[in-house]
Design a protein around this ligand. Structure first.
Ligand SMILES: Cc1cc2nc3c(=O)[nH]c(=O)nc-3n(C[C@H](O)[C@H](O)[C@H](O)COP(=O)(O)OP(=O)(O)OC[C@H]3O[C@@H](n4cnc5c(N)ncnc54)[C@H](O)[C@@H]3O)c2cc1C
Length: 534
């Protein structure tokens, strides 16, 4: 909430025009007050967001969210798709005649929707008397208090400039490690040059088997061949690319499952309700995870009694549940499992059949997340096992991605390596040597670290004066529940940026979270008028 140091006239800066910046603007414009807003975007093209931009994404890379789940920005993603010319959709391998709300489409198309939505929001808002300005290729370098306002300093084509604002929303999103010199074919993330790099047809190691790892594998595979997405997906390597071998690796060597059919919007939960969560929290931090675990077990056993019995849920701890959840997959060959899982998902989709235990876990992850910030250290560390289950469940990937992984495996290009807990990586003389826990060694000419977004803290904040104004240098950035900086003189600055929230909201990544963050920030900046509360 803004304090008395914040001017009543709202002249806002939104820094970052990815999904979070866009949904923040969208919700602000719904608050019933005329606004002055300047949007700053470091990239030359605003409104696209980092995973959906041509700089980081290729047409082969799919979104794992479909129109039915994406909060509309004036119009739904599907309605926008239906307005696009057939020829444009064909470029992305999309057939205009069978568009539907559950389709997983290339992320570049989603970026196109976001960009159009931004342009439309600005046009409509300005026509209604708001004053919305967009500064592209304008990286914000710093934010500092200046009397009752905040000074935002940013780059322009001719140098740096600064402007004063009553509120600043830092929707800066993903933060990948810099890698200016990637000549050595060692990539510190899939977004630090891999997309443009010429990757030789040699052994490629990819650390991380989830969405980002799959992206990296697709980026490399599409340089050396193409997928034929007929009845069965087939990968055709180019002549001369026979030496390409891709190894996806992670501690447990599991690849994600295929996204499963389920009723949307979610059916309500019976036991993990807001009231039950409030009661669990009211009991204090000691024993909080156990109280939540009790609710989780009630919910899961009622949703799918046969599954609960089969794993002996009644007697399991959260840690033992995670073990039971992953055990069948760990015991199987990952590609055999993937093929069977894909067939099951396809069958269930055709029959509109819901696997109730999967659906219950999916619906449980968001309510459970709301109490993570209230855990003591002991519970936080115990929760990690359960966290892995939730992430595995909600980060299921489009079935088409699994079909492509299977095609690469059949072409004798893709394997999966299980590293174990105690593994080592050595980068030397242009090669990376990986030694697994069991002592097996593999050498890679190309290596990509695709472990996804890490949690960031105060020392990572790229705004030196703001860091100094916060007055300490380590730990998480102090934020209130509306994501405002928790210091009176900085209370008009908001940080709805997932990397800084992950330590308290471990599941905050995704477009739906971007919308929720934007909604919360907009409500804090322009609180409900008494009439709206009534
Ligand atoms: C590879 C990948 C794939 C993903 N796929 C999906 C998916 O399919 N579905 C889904 O729901 N989620 C997906 N996600 C999750 C993703 O986090 C969100 O969908 C979304 O991009 C988050 O939006 P954001 O605006 O917070 O961050 P971003 O999309 O990262 O946008 C932040 C913006 O801020 C700008 N910016 C940063 N710093 C500054 C600065 N100092 N000055 C000015 N501008 C700045 C950046 O240039 C960028 O445009 C994916 C994530 C990754 C990494």
């Amino acid at each position: 909430m803004p304090t008395e140091t914040v001017a009543a006239f709202r002249n806002l800066a939104i820094v970052g025009t990815g999904p979070t910046g866009l949904y923040t603007l969208h919700h602000l414009l719904q608050r019933g007050q005329k606004l002055t807003v300047t949007l700053f975007e470091a990239a030359p093209l605003a409104g696209v967001g980092s995973p959906y931009s041509p700089e980081t994404t290729q047409a082969s890379m799919l979104a794992n969210i479909a129109s039915i789940e994406i909060p509309p920005l004036g119009e739904t993603y599907l309605d926008w798709l239906k307005r696009q010319p057939d020829a444009m959709l064909r470029v992305y391998g999309v057939n205009a005649t069978n568009l539907h709300e559950r389709q997983f489409l290339p992320r570049l198309l989603l970026g196109g929707w976001f960009r159009d939505a931004l342009e439309r929001m600005i046009r409509d808002a300005n026509a209604q008397g708001h004053r919305i300005a967009l500064r592209e290729a304008a990286r914000v370098l710093d934010v500092e208090p200046a009397g009752a306002e905040y000074r935002v300093t940013f780059t322009t084509a001719v140098g740096t400039e600064s402007l004063l604002f009553s509120h600043v929303v830092l929707a800066t999103g993903h933060d990948w490690p810099d890698d200016p010199d990637h000549d050595d074919l060692l990539f510190v993330s899939p977004w630090s040059g891999l997309i443009e790099a010429k990757v030789p047809a040699l052994p490629v190691g990819i650390l991380g088997t989830s969405l980002s790892g799959i992206d990296a594998a697709m980026a490399v595979a599409c340089q050396h061949g193409h997928f034929d997405e007929g009845e069965t997906t087939v990968y055709h390597p180019n002549p001369g690319s026979e030496g390409l071998k891709i190894t996806l690796m992670s501690r447990n060597g599991l690849i994600p499952e295929a996204d499963f059919w389920c009723p949307l919007p979610y059916r309500p939960l019976a036991h993990v309700t807001e009231a039950a969560l409030a009661q669990a929290q009211a009991g204090g931090a000691a024993g909080l995870l156990d109280r939540l675990w009790h609710l989780f077990k009630l919910e899961l056993s009622e949703a799918d009694p046969a599954y609960a019995r089969s794993i002996g849920l009644a007697d399991l701890t959260p840690e033992a549940f995670a073990t039971a959840y992953f055990a069948p997959r760990l015991a199987a060959d990952p590609f055999v499992w993937a093929a069977e899982n894909l067939a099951e998902v396809q069958r269930n989709t055709t029959q509109r059949r819901t696997v109730e235990w999967r659906y219950a876990i999916l619906r449980l992850h968001e309510p459970m997340e709301t109490l993570v910030a209230s855990f003591n250290d002991h519970d936080r560390s115990r929760f990690e096992a359960l966290q892995r289950v939730f992430i595995d469940n909600y980060a299921a990937v489009p079935p088409q991605s699994i079909r492509r992984l299977l095609a690469l495996h059949r072409a004798n290009i893709l394997t999966v390596l299980s590293l174990g807990e105690d593994y080592s990586l050595t980068h030397a003389e242009g090669e990376t040597v990986v030694q697994t826990e069991t002592g097996a060694q593999q050498t890679f000419a190309v290596f990509v670290d695709a472990r996804g977004q890490r949690a960031l803290g105060l020392s990572d904040l790229p705004f030196p004066k703001l860091r100094a104004a916060l007055g300490k240098n380590d730990g998480p950035v102090p934020l209130n529940t509306s994501f405002a900086l928790q210091k009176p003189s900085l209370a008009g600055i908001y940080l709805p940026a997932a990397p800084y929230l992950l330590s308290r909201l471990p599941f905050v990544q995704g477009i739906v979270s971007s919308c929720d963050l934007g909604h919360e920030v907009a409500r804090a900046i322009i609180p409900d008028a008494p009439a709206m509360l009534a």
